[in-house]
Design a protein around this ligand. Structure first.
Ligand code: ZN
Length: 93
């Protein structure tokens, strides 16, 4: 049996259109649809879990991206600290 190559891409948050490019560099823009009927052997072979989407045009698979919370909603202010660990006031404060 011939091995069929399956391409899996990472789906960006909120992404709904396929950004796969064809040989001419043209965007596919196919609709990404939840693929709930994915055969289990494919899931296992690709090591996938969670939500899988598939482009209805070129059939590239998309894995829902794990939301990056590392910097979401947080604002760090850089502060100069002196040798004793005390915050030094910035000149413009
Ligand atoms: Zn596509």
């Amino acid at each position: 049996m011939e091995e069929v190559g399956i391409k899996v891409k990472e789906k960006r948050i909120g992404q709904r259109a396929c950004d796969e490019k064809d040989a001419k560099g043209k965007l596919c823009l196919g609709h990404l649809k939840r693929w709930d009927t994915m055969p289990p052997e494919i899931t296992t072979r690709l090591g996938l879990d969670g939500q899988i989407y598939r482009c209805d045009k070129c059939h590239v698979l998309y894995r829902a991206s794990i939301q990056d919370r590392s910097s979401a909603g947080q604002k760090y202010v850089n502060r100069t600290v002196d040798l004793l660990g005390n915050a030094v006031r910035n000149h413009d404060e």
